[in-house]
Ligand binder design. Structure first.
Ligand code: ZN
Length: 246
């Protein structure tokens, strides 16, 4: 069973389409959307409809903080994120909003738990930025694998027998075996707004049979998306961020 893990699409049509086109070259049995389909980017309706189509055809999806904010409270967000959510609300119809806010907090597939931010508290939106946060998520579940998004920087953590979380930044394009002696937490980079210094869209392929994961990058026309962000009148940092990958 090969599962494509896609996180943080963030209303970036060009990045989403580039990743989906790349998936055609992999033998994929299942797509999993790890949340934040909307927010920040200029194409919330397109990306929501694409996600609805995928879910209708069997994809799994979990809710992200930006998806939840569409119909709820965005007061805990920074002013840029909030401005983009306010802008997105006007571009989504009732059906879009019902889909986004109705996504479950977690999903299970085989030994894997899917959640947007951390297994510790799915609606707490905690960022996995270091060993302490990784350890808290790893200890909060009995799943052997947990996959999250939210941070927009690819990371792979494992909990050792001594109860210590050890992590690294995975290099794209290499299959990494997920040894049975550890419990694993994969932070999948963002499709639509990478923050690790690369402008390319990030995703990963989990192979449950081979017990391995491969992180991937796909360049896309981020200049086009950047133009659309500006034309939409969204906050300027959301445009420059795509050009810098930070
Ligand atoms: Zn996000």
């Amino acid at each position: 069973m090969r599962i494509a893990l896609l996180a943080d699409i963030h209303a970036n049509r060009e990045a989403f389409e580039a990743v989906l086109a790349r998936l055609d070259k992999h033998r994929i049995d299942q797509v999993a959307l790890l949340g934040d389909i909307v927010g920040y980017g200029p194409d919330p309706a397109f990306c929501t409809e694409k996600a609805m189509e995928l879910v209708e055809r069997g994809a799994l999806g979990v809710i992200g903080n930006h998806d939840a904010a569409i119909d709820g409270d965005s007061s805990d967000m920074n002013s840029i994120a909030r401005a983009a959510i306010d802008w997105s609300r006007g571009r989504l119809d009732t059906e879009h909003r019902r889909f986004l806010t109705g996504l479950p907090e977690t999903q299970r597939v085989g030994d894997a738990l899917l959640v947007h931010a951390s297994a510790r508290s799915p609606r707490g939106w905690e960022y996995i930025t270091g060993p302490q946060e990784a350890e808290r998520s790893l200890r909060a579940t009995d799943a052997r694998f947990t996959f999250v998004g939210h941070v927009h920087k690819p990371q792979l953590w494992r909990l050792t027998g001594l109860g210590v979380a050890i992590g690294h930044e995975p290099i794209a394009g290499f299959e990494i075996p997920l040894a049975r002696s550890f419990v694993w937490l994969g932070v999948i980079g963002a499709v639509g707004q990478p923050r690790d210094g690369s402008t390319a869209a990030a995703f990963a392929i989990l192979d449950l049979k081979r017990q391995s994961i491969q992180f991937e990058r796909v360049p896309y026309d981020h200049f086009a998306t950047c133009r659309k962000v500006r034309e939409a009148g969204l906050p300027e940092p959301l445009a420059t961020r795509l050009l810098r990958g930070r």
